[in-house]
Design a protein around this ligand. Structure first.
Ligand code: 5CA
Ligand code: ZN
Length: 409
């Protein structure tokens, strides 16, 4: 699928620092050493509703990863999927009386518009689950033929016991896994499974639901985790640098994905770092399509809110924090944007060489965007109070804020 247009990334003097980032699997920070081409896979949307602030916050985190790497003069090979067939999408289409493909296309188109407006750099490959099916089927067949998958009433399940390192991504105990599996798309209580946690790899065709040719698996559709594994292996291979998503994906999605890939290839790890963004809440509860407590990027844009202010609102929270969206968060971001724009609109100002270094240092330190904003705030405050004589400074600040934070001043 096509992704969306890239906003220009202005060139900056010098070179950024290598990214040190928190890895869920080890529970600590690691300095990534990606080589000349950094490889990242970020889990994309299930397109049954519009982009909300939680999605936007998660994609903002991984956009910063891409920007930090670009600033180290590396190429970035970024892959993102679209789960354009899955239970929640089919259920929503039935509830709304819509064709499921039309619903998926409409919401994916809106997501592209939101990402473009927020200046999120596009992935190099943007791949739908449906278009990945021909690559998924042989992987499921291989798992089954290797004894790592089994059939239950026509459906094919992955056996978590086939992976000795299962549990290594989330580090959760069996009881916690069971609870989360039931909450997040699994079916731990289905009778006949070898292990309650075993996830579905291939779902046999159900009456009234779409299905595809599954070769020796029979007609059906793919499970969720194998979708991302097939796309990541096809476009990035094993041992890529970062697997990203919100913290609700650590288990089961990223745990199961790592197991599938490790059993398939006999290699470890699937990803060198598993990076998870915190959850954005509204009125005390995680913002989610199923709960319906949502603030949409597109609705704010329609109300005339500047996308740069939305982006600054996202950046004002550390990506790993769980935080609450409020009108106050947006108001503060709008005020900050106005202060910054006033500061860079003057012909000269205080030197910004130190500021560029501060932004780079903050972002390389586990994407500390709030520290980067505080550094720009200090420069803008100095500009407002004393000003300065450096003619290159306002231009350098706008280029740095655009290139590293994705905010156009
Ligand atoms: N299609 C799958 C991933 S393969 C999926 O989880 N889709 S999603 O539309 O439900 O979520 C898309 C991304 O947004 C995921 O990374 C998810 O972790 C993240 N996300 C969802 N809700 C929130 C929230 N309230 N706060 C932060 N991130 C969220
Ligand atoms: Zn995924």
């Amino acid at each position: 699928m096509y992704a969306w247009p890239a906003s220009e990334v202005p060139a900056l003097p010098g070179r950024g620092r290598d990214l040190r980032i928190h890895d869920t699997a080890t529970g600590g920070s690691i300095t990534l050493d990606p080589g000349p081409v950094a490889r990242i896979y970020v889990c994309g949307i299930t397109p049954y509703d519009a982009t909300h602030m939680g999605h936007a916050a998660t994609y903002n985190a991984f956009d910063l990863v891409q920007r930090v790497w670009l600033d180290t003069k590396r190429q970035v090979h970024y892959v993102q999927n679209v789960t354009d067939v899955d239970d929640p999408l089919l259920e929503r289409a039935v509830a709304k009386g819509l064709d499921w493909t039309a619903l998926a296309e409409r919401e994916t188109a809106l997501f592209r518009e939101d990402m473009t407006a927020l200046r999120m750099l596009p992935p190099r490959h943007y791949i739908g689950a449906v278009e990945a099916i021909p690559g998924i089927v042989p992987l499921v067949e291989r798992l089954r033929d290797a004894g790592a998958a089994y059939e239950l009433e026509g459906d094919i399940y992955f056996s978590v016991e086939s992976d000795a390192s299962f549990g290594g991504v989330s580090g959760l105990d069996a009881e916690a896994m069971r609870l989360l599996s039931a909450e997040r798309g699994g079916d731990p209580d289905r009778p006949g499974k070898k292990n309650p946690l075993d996830p579905m790899l291939w779902m046999a065709a159900r009456p009234g639901e779409p299905s595809w040719d599954g070769g020796s698996l029979g007609p059906g559709r793919p499970g969720w985790h194998i979708e991302c594994v097939a796309i990541a292996l096809d476009h990035l291979g094993m041992g890529f640098d970062v697997q990203g998503g919100g913290s609700d994906l650590a288990f089961p999605h990223h745990e199961m994905g790592a197991s599938h890939a490790q059993v398939l290839t006999g290699q470890r790890p699937f990803a060198k770092a598993y990076v998870h963004a915190g959850m954005v809440a509204l009125d005390g509860e995680k913002m989610s399509k199923s709960k319906g407590n949502l603030v949409f990027v597109s609705a704010l844009r329609r109300d005339g809110v500047d996308p740069a202010a939305i982006r600054l609102a996202l950046l004002s929270h550390h990506y790993r924090a769980d935080w609450e969206w409020t009108d106050g968060v947006l108001r503060e971001a709008e005020e900050r944007l106005a202060r910054w724009r006033a500061a860079v609109s003057r012909p000269d100002g205080p030197s910004a060489d130190g500021l560029l270094d501060e932004i780079r240092t903050a972002l390389a330190n586990d994407l500390d965007a709030p520290a980067a904003l505080a550094a720009v705030d200090r420069w803008a405050a100095a500009q407002a109070s004393e000003g300065g004589t450096d003619e290159g400074a306002p231009g350098l600040v706008s280029r740095a804020v655009d290139a590293l934070l994705g905010v156009a001043l």
